[in-house]
Design a binder for this molecule. Structure first.
Ligand SMILES: NC(=O)c1ccc[n+]([C@@H]2O[C@H](COP(=O)([O-])OP(=O)(O)OC[C@H]3O[C@@H](n4cnc5c(N)ncnc54)[C@H](OP(=O)(O)O)[C@@H]3O)[C@@H](O)[C@H]2O)c1
Length: 276
C-alpha cells in the first residue's frame, strides 16, 4: 500500500453542479450528477469543507456535495451521517456513499449497511445513495435485498485498470460509474504504452493528455472524478466540454491501455496481477 492509499480516509467532496456545455448524467433515481466532478476534498475534514462552502457564498443548489461512510470501520450509519451533515453545516448531501465493502464480515453486514443508506435516502437528507470500491460479487449481495438500487459505484478506473466486466454489469443494472484516478496513466503510471497515443490525440484536439484521459471516461458515460490544488488546472479542464473522441480513438485507448496493469489505491486488497 502506498502512502496515498494508507492516508486515504472517508472524505467529503464538493463540485460545481454544471460544467459549461457538458450535460449532466441522469442517475437511476432521476437526479443528475456532473459528468466531470472537480472535487475539493480535504480528506477526513468535513469541518473545513463545510466552512469553505459557507464562506464561498455559492448557493447550495449550485453545488454537488458527496460524502461517505467508512468502508473499513464498523460505524453506526445514522450517527455517522448526522455527524457528517453537522460538520458540513448542511441539511442534505447530494450523494452519500459506502466508501468500500471491506468493513463487512458477512454478506448480511453489507445488506444491513445498504438498508441504512436506503433509510437515509427516504429521510430526504441524501438525494442519491451509492457505493464505492464494490466489485460485482459485492453488488450482487446488496442487490438481493435492496429496495433501491445504488445510483452509482465510485471506483478507480482508467485505461490501465479497466475492471473486466464490472462496467457491463453495472450498465445492465442501471448503476452509473464514477471514475476516481482518471488521470492515472498521465500523472502516476508513466512511462506506459499510452504515452504516445495521449500526446498524439492531445495535439489533434489542442488539449493536454489529461483532458484526453478525462474525455475517455466521459465518452463511455463514466463520470470523471478529478482533483487539483491548482486553480489554473481546474479551469483548463473545462476544455473537455469542447471536443469528443471518435469511437475508434476511445477503443484504441482501451486496447492499448489493456497492455499495462496499474492500481493506485487499495492495493493491499488485491493480488498484484488482479485487474478486477
Ligand atoms: N473512493 C475512493 O476510494 C477514492 C480513492 C481515491 C480518490 N478518490 C476520489 O477521487 C478524487 C480524484 O482524485 P484522484 O487522485 O483519483 O484524481 P486524478 O484526477 O487521477 O489525479 C489528480 C492528481 O493529479 C495531479 N494532476 C492533475 N493534472 C496533472 C497534470 N497535467 N500533470 C501532473 N499532475 C497532474 C493533481 O495534482 P495538482 O494538485 O498539482 O493539480 C492531483 O494530485 C478525489 O478527490 C477523491 O474524492 C476516491
Amino acid at each position: 500500500m502506498n502512502s496515498t492509499t494508507s492516508a486515504y480516509q472517508t472524505s467529503a467532496s464538493v463540485s460545481p453542479k454544471q460544467m459549461s456545455q457538458l450535460n449532466n448524467l441522469k442517475l437511476n433515481d432521476g437526479n443528475e450528477i456532473p459528468m466531470v466532478k472537480q472535487s475539493l476534498d480535504p480528506y477526513g475534514n468535513e469541518t473545513e469543507l463545510g466552512q469553505a462552502i459557507k464562506d464561498s457564498g455559492v448557493p447550495r443548489e449550485k453545488l454537488y456535495v458527496t460524502t461517505k461512510i467508512s468502508g473499513t470501520q464498523v460505524k453506526n450509519t445514522k450517527e455517522a451521517f448526522e455527524l457528517s451533515l453537522k460538520k458540513l453545516q448542511l441539511d442534505y448531501v447530494d450523494l452519500y456513499l459506502i466508501h468500500a465493502p471491506y468493513f463487512a464480515k458477512t454478506p448480511e453486514d453489507l445488506q444491513a449497511k445498504w438498508a441504512d443508506l436506503e433509510a437515509i435516502h427516504a429521510s430526504g437528507k441524501a438525494k442519491s445513495i451509492g457505493i464505492s470500491n464494490f466489485l460485482q460479487p459485492d453488488l450482487e449481495v446488496i442487490l438481493k435485498t435492496a429496495k433501491i438500487k445504488p445510483a452509482i459505484n465510485q471506483i478507480e478506473y482508467h485505461p490501465y485498470l479497466q475492471r473486466g466486466s464490472l462496467l457491463e454489469f453495472q450498465n445492465k443494472h442501471g448503476i452509473a460509474t464514477s471514475a476516481y484516478g482518471p488521470l492515472t496513466a498521465v500523472v502516476k503510471a508513466k512511462p506506459g504504452p499510452l504515452d504516445g497515443t495521449y500526446e498524439q490525440l492531445a495535439r489533434k484536439y489542442s488539449v493536454t493528455p489529461g483532458e484526453i484521459a478525462l474525455r475517455w471516461c466521459i465518452d463511455q458515460g463514466v463520470v470523471a472524478l478529478t482533483t487539483s490544488a491548482s486553480e489554473d488546472r481546474l479551469k483548463a479542464y473545462q476544455k473537455v466540454a469542447q471536443f469528443k473522441l471518435t469511437p475508434k480513438e476511445a477503443e484504441e485507448i482501451s486496447e492499448i491501455g489493456s497492455q499495462k496493469h496499474f492500481r493506485g489505491f487499495w492495493g493491499n486488497k488485491f493480488a498484484a496481477d488482479d485487474r478486477s
